[in-house]
Design a protein around this ligand. Structure first.
Ligand code: ADP
Ligand code: ADP
Ligand code: MG
Length: 454
């Protein structure tokens, strides 16, 4: 028996839109909220949604949002009985998860052991292989020498991708066109991986041309129940980072959904998964899918899944962390309609997506049935240069894909941000293409169809 231990006071170890979004659900559930902040965020909007707040330190993440000791001290000081890590930062840090649990506090995430196993891309490929989940062709494990790398690349064919095992957020991936740059890339990638991720291991995958990124949301409780919540297609990307996400995918049939869902569940089950997780795949233009990685946390684009299911995944996470069973079983999870999310970023797509920090002078958010805005900023607040450029997310829900696209066009016209450069125009341009309307998506869309450069 898993004892019930509802969370009464939640420390949210994050910032921006996701800290605000988590706090809203916590408050609706009657849970007190504790926010943390760096000196760059002392006036940030999300702090208005916190019952208490604790300063972590100077702006750089290493001195604030990545400071495990300071966050643990804040948990103790405020007597919080739950910790939600959001995404990014320390959300996939198994040691942090373990330390939280060690203080007798509920960790709002999967078991630390599952975080550790899936935190290594190489390790997660081994688990996927062992459970019959198709992998992108590539090396069996870490690649250490040029000879090993060359042998793998010759076998799978160029271009290949050199990947850091500990990478994330599109960082630590390098495409290699031919043998001439392989040796240097391998060396550089390994050095960078050691510095950025504390793990020098790199491996090699075949580069799938014009792939589609399709991922499956999974959810488990501590009583052994595990469900999948269908897929999200996140093929509109720049720099291997997502820009537009939708569900359902225009190319996933009911049969394919079951196949991908089953594969994701096999993997989740193999590591005793609980809470929210995402199994990411790339699909080639023939529709074959291959495992990429598992993200052991709430995903930025969880919102589209919420819209079609009519469920709140943060509420699910908080209830499951408190020992409750999953609110709904597999057969009760019936998706309705179509949802699309647009990441609104403080950046200039015309200048290779250069970050565009500054003061937001004016901001108007669209509203209406089927329109949702998750923003961490408002007029009068500042976007600083220290963190991710994501300022908010516009999400629309329609009765089908076409209806969602129509709603999105209206909503984007009603979204006004003055003072900084944003990618709002880029979103409008995407929606104006025939290719997008036909659902002909790939990760090369922004560069090939709209000629963006980065
Ligand atoms: P999602 O898959 O949820 O869309 P991303 O992979 O885009 O998530 O990453 C979510 C956030 O976390 C982004 O802000 C990204 O920059 C950050 N992030 C994720 N993993 C890492 C990492 N290992 N190092 C640095 N930032 C990361
Ligand atoms: P991260 O941890 O940074 O999110 P992923 O392995 O999930 O790394 O890959 C991020 C993105 O990079 C994918 O969504 C896809 O666009 C691209 N990508 C990754 N692996 C491949 C591959 N083998 N072939 C083509 N594109 C890839
Ligand atoms: Mg990924």
């Amino acid at each position: 028996m898993i004892p019930r231990k509802p969370i009464t006071k939640l420390l949210i170890a994050n910032r921006g839109e996701i800290a605000l979004r988590i706090a809203k659900t916590a408050r609706r559930m009657g849970i007190k909220t504790v926010g943390v902040y760096s000196d760059a965020d002392s006036e940030a909007l999300y702090l208005n949604y916190m019952d208490e707040k604790v300063r972590l330190g100077p702006p750089p993440p290493r001195e604030s949002y990545l400071q495990i000791e300071k966050i643990l001290a804040a948990v103790e000081e405020t007597k919080a009985d739950g910790v939600h890590p959001g995404y990014g930062f320390i959300s996939e840090n198994a040691d942090f998860a373990m330390r939280v649990a060690g203080q007798g506090v509920s960790w709002v995430g999967p078991p630390p052991d599952a975080v550790r196993k899936m935190g290594s891309k190489i390790g997660s490929r081994d688990i996927a292989r062992a459970h019959g989940v198709p992998l992108v062709p590539g090396s069996d494990g870490a690649v250490k020498t040029f000879e090993e790398a060359k042998a793998v690349a010759d076998r799978v064919g160029y271009p290949v991708m050199v990947k850091a095992s500990g990478g994330g957020g599109g960082i630590g991936l390098v495409r290699v066109e031919d043998e001439s740059t392989l040796a240097r890339t391998l060396e550089d990638a390994s050095k960078k991986a050691a510095t950025f991720f504390g793990d020098p291991s790199v491996f090699i995958e075949k580069y799938i041309l014009r792939p589609r990124h399709i991922e499956v949301q999974v959810f488990g409780d501590k009583h052994g129940q595990l469900v999948h919540m269908g897929e999200r297609e996140c093929s509109i990307q720049r720099r291997n980072q997502k820009v537009i996400e939708e569900t359902p995918s225009p190319i996933v049939t009911a049969e394919k959904r079951k196949e991908m869902g089953d594969a994701a569940l096999r993997l989740a089950k193999a590591v005793g998964y609980t809470s929210s997780g995402t199994v990411e795949f790339v699909a080639d233009q023939q529709g074959n899918f291959y495992f990429l990685e598992m993200n052991t946390r709430l995903q930025v684009e969880h919102t589209v899944t919420e819209m079609v299911l009519g469920q709140d995944l943060v509420e699910w996470q908080l209830r499951v962390a408190g020992g409750e069973e999953l609110p709904l079983g597999q057969s009760a999870l019936q998706a309705k309609g179509h949802a699309i999310q647009f990441r609104i970023c403080a950046e200039d797509p015309e200048k290779r997506f250069a970050p565009s920090p500054g003061a937001i002078e004016k901001m108007e958010l669209p509203a209406g049935e089927g329109v949702r805005c998750d923003f961490g900023f408002a007029a009068g607040t500042k976007v600083t240069p220290y963190y991710d450029s994501l300022i908010g997310k516009l999400v629309v829900h329609g009765k089908d894909r076409q209806d969602a696209i129509e709603k999105a066009k209206h909503a984007l016209n009603g979204l006004v941000v003055v003072g900084i450069k944003t990618n709002i125009e880029l979103h409008k341009k995407v929606l104006a293409t025939e290719q997008f309307l036909r659902g002909e998506l790939s990760t090369a869309f922004l560069s090939e169809v709209l000629q963006y450069k980065w």
